[in-house]
Every structure is written in structure tokens, then in C-alpha cells.
Design a protein around this ligand. Structure first.
Ligand code: FO1
Length: 322
């Protein structure tokens, strides 16, 4: 490897590629910049779902069947909460609770989210840097025809049912990048940036909404690529495809590529990774100024994750030399 890679990631799809990258790159060669727009306060606890998804995925602690939370979970706290008629729409498992309690306590004592995340990661044996994009409050709000919903209310309580008309990233205009994120992107040896196959609207865009982050990407000489979260017109998981329909964005990998845009046309990306199912889109995408690579992007198991990580690293290497 010729220098470190920065990977921008949000939920489960991003964490799968992250797992593959971790298998290939040493901790000093890989930094994750993670969405905090999903964060919220629930029952006085600071919950950071995307940081937790990455933490549990990289430490082997994730419940892969449920798709969120910790494996081997028990639910005594939730049952007791129900006994008080407390808010049980957001399910906090007993083991998961330890993460939120510790995080909330450390933040109240004055720690930065970056610091408490590093402490949790180290304790669970994760050696690669998991960097929240900002330590400042940044909250995704889903605009619907009716009310505007805080992200978790839309996603978990309403099960993504309301039609989306737009997004707000409250706090983004005041949020600064953390010094750790700034340093990772300013590294003169930076070998590339990858936008993981996460939801572009609610996992990656809140990261990009931090002006300093966006400026750092625009200034970076290293290639920037994205991996499509859409395969054959559908999302592997989550509401990305539904959101595209509701927003009038073409529901295809090309819609995602167009959303980010080619650097040569004033957008963000130098390259885009398409699934083999969508190979027919390659030529059209290349005419927009993007380098395109066609790969098997569906990650069913660890081998798939590592194979996609290898393809991403080879793509970045080819863009560095071209
Ligand atoms: N997702 C659900 O669908 N239902 C839940 O009750 C739920 C609880 C939960 C608790 C802690 C945590 O870190 C995540 C949790 N998630 C839950 C997942 C999460 O809210 C979403 O998957 C992400 O925000 C979207 O990336």
C-alpha cells in the first residue's frame, strides 16, 4: 500500500465493506469517517447507531440476523421498561445498553465523542480508527409532506413509511471536522477516499454536509471513489431505493453516481464502482467524466467483503497512476 485510505461510512452496507478493508489494511493505513446524523438522545442516553454498527461489525459483536445491535443480546431492560409503559419503540438490548451508558457518562464528564468512541473500540479489540466526522451536534431530520421527523423517529418508529420530500442536517452549518478527521484527509500520502455503499442521502450526505469535510475532499489530490449501494435498481437493505423514487432521483446506480457527481463536472468523484448486474450503465457513466469499474458488489460473506475491498484498492491504485 502506498499510503493511507479514508473510508466514509454509515450503516450496515458501509460496515460490510469496512470489514473487508480491515482484513487488507493495517490500522495506520485505514481511517473510517463515520456518520453521526443518526445519533439521538433516547431516555437520556446518547445513542450513535452508525458508530455502533461499525464497532460491532469490526469487533465481531454484531447481530447479523437482526441487522443491528449486539449478538447474544437479552432484553430484560426493555421488558422492565414496558412494565412502566415506557417508550419501547427503540429497542435497547441489555448488552448494547452498556455502550450507550458508558458513552453518555463519558460525554457528560467532558470527553469528546471521538475519544469515547476510541475507548469503546479499543476495549472491543478494534484497532482501526473509527472517527465520527464531527464532535459537534449534527442531526438528520427527514422532511415529509407533513411533519419533519428526527431520523430515528422516521427510520425505527415510523419504519420509513412516510414519503420523503427532503433532508435537513441540523447543526451541520456550525459543525467542525474533528482534528483527527482533518489530519487524515490532509495527509500528503493519502492514497484514496472511498464512499462505502451506504445510503447516499442519510448516511453519506450528513458527513458531506460538514463544510470543512467537503472542502478537504475537494482539495485532496488522492482519487475519490464511491461504491454503489444500488444493485439492479434496488437497495440490498434499507430505504435508499424508496427514497430515490420519492425524491424523483432515477432509481439506479447511475442515480447514485449522478447524486455525487464527477469531479471533472464540479462534483465529488473520480471513480464509481458498479455491480456486474449494472454493467450496461458503464458507458453512459463514463461520458459523465467518471472512471467506472464493474465488480461483484453484493457482500454475502467475509470472502465477498474482502474481494470487494481488493477491487476498491486496485481501482484507487489504477486512478493514482492514470
Ligand atoms: N433499528 C431498528 O430497526 N429497531 C430498533 O429498535 C433499533 C434499535 C437500535 C438501538 C441501538 C442502535 O445503535 C441501533 C438501533 N437500531 C434499531 C438500528 C439503527 O437505528 C438503524 O439501523 C440506523 O440508524 C440506520 O443506519
Amino acid at each position: 500500500m502506498s499510503g493511507p485510505i479514508v473510508a466514509l461510512t454509515g450503516g450496515v452496507g458501509g460496515a460490510k465493506l469496512a470489514r473487508g478493508l480491515v482484513a487488507r489494511l493495517a490500522p495506520e493505513d485505514l481511517h473510517f469517517v463515520v456518520n453521526v446524523g443518526d445519533d439521538f438522545e433516547h431516555l437520556g442516553l446518547h445513542v450513535s447507531p452508525d458508530l455502533d454498527t461499525l464497532l460491532y461489525t469490526l469487533s465481531g459483536e454484531s447481530d447479523t440476523e437482526r441487522g443491528w445491535g449486539r449478538r447474544g443480546e437479552s432484553w430484560q431492560f426493555l421488558d422492565a421498561l414496558r412494565g412502566y409503559d415506557g417508550p419501547d419503540w427503540f429497542a435497547l438490548g441489555d448488552r448494547d445498553l452498556a455502550t450507550h451508558v458508558l458513552r453518555t457518562h463519558a460525554l457528560a464528564e467532558g470527553a469528546r465523542l471521538t475519544e469515547v468512541t476510541a475507548r469503546l473500540a479499543t476495549a472491543l479489540g478494534v484497532r482501526h480508527a473509527m472517527l465520527p466526522v464531527t464532535d459537534d451536534p449534527l442531526r438528520t431530520v427527514i422532511e415529509t409532506g407533513g411533519e419533519a421527523l428526527p431520523f430515528q423517529h422516521y427510520f425505527v418508529r415510523e419504519r420509513c413509511a412516510p414519503a420523503v420530500t427532503g433532508f435537513r442536517f441540523d447543526g451541520a452549518e456550525r459543525a467542525r471536522c474533528t482534528p483527527e478527521v482533518r489530519a487524515a484527509l490532509a495527509d500528503p500520502d493519502l492514497a484514496g477516499v472511498v464512499l462505502c455503499p451506504s445510503n447516499p442521502f442519510v448516511s453519506i450526505d450528513p458527513i458531506l454536509a460538514v463544510a470543512e469535510l467537503r472542502a478537504a475532499l475537494a482539495a485532496c489530490a488522492a482519487p475519490i471513489i464511491a461504491v454503489s449501494p444500488i444493485i439492479g435498481g434496488d437497495a440490498v437493505k434499507g430505504p435508499t431505493a424508496k427514497m430515490m423514487d420519492e425524491l424523483g432521483v432515477p432509481r439506479s446506480a447511475a442515480g447514485v453516481a449522478g447524486h455525487y457527481g464527477a469531479r471533472s463536472g464540479g462534483g465529488l468523484l473520480d471513480g464509481f464502482v458498479l455491480d456486474a448486474t449494472d454493467a450496461a450503465l458503464q458507458q453512459d457513466l463514463e461520458t459523465t467524466g467518471l472512471a467506472v469499474r464493474v465488480e461483484q458488489t453484493l457482500m454475502r460473506d467475509l470472502d465477498d467483503r474482502i474481494a470487494l475491498a481488493d477491487a476498491v484498492l486496485a481501482f484507487l491504485a489504477s486512478l493514482r497512476t492514470s
